[in-house]
Design a protein around this ligand. Structure first.
Ligand code: SF4
Ligand code: SF4
Length: 339
């Protein structure tokens, strides 16, 4: 990444973080799905299919315009595999045209020097690739062996920030692979994060002792983002719940290929309202609603976004009775919830 691009990106980051701290009235991050189809078939994944068509560019532009009108700061394009969308570059260009930060999550298989240069030209600012193991197996083909050459292309040509995420838990056979992947990422000049594998609702699958050891060793690697996530990931690694306020449906939005707003990739169907009809009333309701799945949630991006508001605006459970006088949930509501 060129130094000038890096400095511009840091300035834009500082701007969206300070805006997010000053006002809680806009989405900070939206994940948007331009295509559900994927070229791979990881056995733990519930976010892909093999048949769906790309969402037409005109429709994607309508959705991006709505997100820009809601004053969204960052858009991350996800999938399936977004690089299979024939108009991905135009989608990225439109995000930048509307002055939002443009990110992409990809499995990296389609990265070639030419494709990376096209992403540079379109104005991509962030890329994340998750790598699950060293050798491909029946669980995952997102392997260092298959992707190392692609990482080399990225190190040489990308004019955007690259983060490599390694995963621990679930069906991943050798937790020690995550250490090799993290070290390789750092060697190539990328940042690294670790993901703790979740179940089908985004919740923690307890880590075995060996996995916990690797997790803590990964945290010791330099140039990583682990420190910023300590407060929730340490608890999860130890199998403990977290106390936090999930602002999904408000500060974080997940927009599926059908254009519906969901809490996150693992809690689809809630609230399930078309983005085109999403109002600030929906935003405020979800901002104020406590999520049942929060204590054992492993969805890192929502944790990160919610940090901005963790110190303010306590939440109430869905449909909690509200006191007429105070506008806050009353004691009866608390008691019913305890039941
Ligand atoms: S590459 Fe990503 S989207 Fe595709 S199957 Fe694997 S985890 Fe799912
Ligand atoms: S707590 Fe929030 S981010 Fe986590 S699974 Fe529930 S709705 Fe999704």
């Amino acid at each position: 990444m060129k130094r000038s691009t890096f400095l511009k990106l840091k300035l834009r980051e500082a701007n969206f973080i300070s805006r997010g701290l000053v006002s809680s009235n806009h989405p900070v991050l939206a994940h948007i799905i331009p295509m559900r189809r994927c070229n791979l078939a990881c056995s733990y994944c519930n976010e892909y299919d093999k048949t769906s068509d790309p969402v037409p560019l005109e429709e994607m532009i309508r959705r991006l315009d709505k997100l820009a009108d809601l004053d969204t700061s960052v858009i991350t394009i996800s999938g399936g595999e977004p690089l299979m969308h024939p108009r991905l570059d135009d989608i990225i260009r439109h995000i930048r045209r509307r002055r939002m930060i443009a990110g992409l999550i990809s499995n990296g298989y389609y990265m070639t020097p030419q494709r990376i240069k096209r992403l540079n030209d379109a104005g991509l600012e962030y890329l994340q690739i998750s790598i699950d193991n060293i050798e491909p197996d029946e669980v995952s083909q997102k392997s260092l062996k298959m992707l190392d050459k692609k990482l080399g292309f990225l190190a040489e040509h990308a004019d955007f920030h690259v983060n490599i995420n390694s995963v621990i838990g679930g069906g991943i056979k050798n937790p020690e692979d995550a250490l090799v992947i993290g070290r390789r990422a750092i060697e190539l000049g990328f940042s690294t994060t670790v993901g703790v594998m979740h179940d089908g609702e985004g919740l923690l699958k307890p880590l075995a002792e060996r996995e916990r050891r690797v997790f803590y060793e990964l945290k010791g690697l330099g140039k990583s983002e682990y420190a910023r996530l300590d407060w929730f990931q340490n608890n999860l690694a130890d199998g403990k719940p977290n106390e936090w306020r999930c602002r999904a449906g408000a500060r974080y939005l997940y927009i599926c290929e059908d254009g519906l707003v969901h809490y996150c990739s693992q809690q689809r169907g809630n609230p399930g309202i078309p983005l085109a009809d999403y109002t600030m009333e929906d935003f405020r309701r979800e901002y104020d609603t406590e999520k049942w799945c929060a204590p054992l949630c492993t969805v890192a991006c929502v944790h990160k976004v919610s940090i901005l508001d963790n110190w303010r605006d306590p939440q109430k459970p869905l449909n909690a009775p509200v006191s007429d006088k105070t506008g806050k949930p009353d004691a009866v509501g608390d008691m019913l919830r305890a039941e």
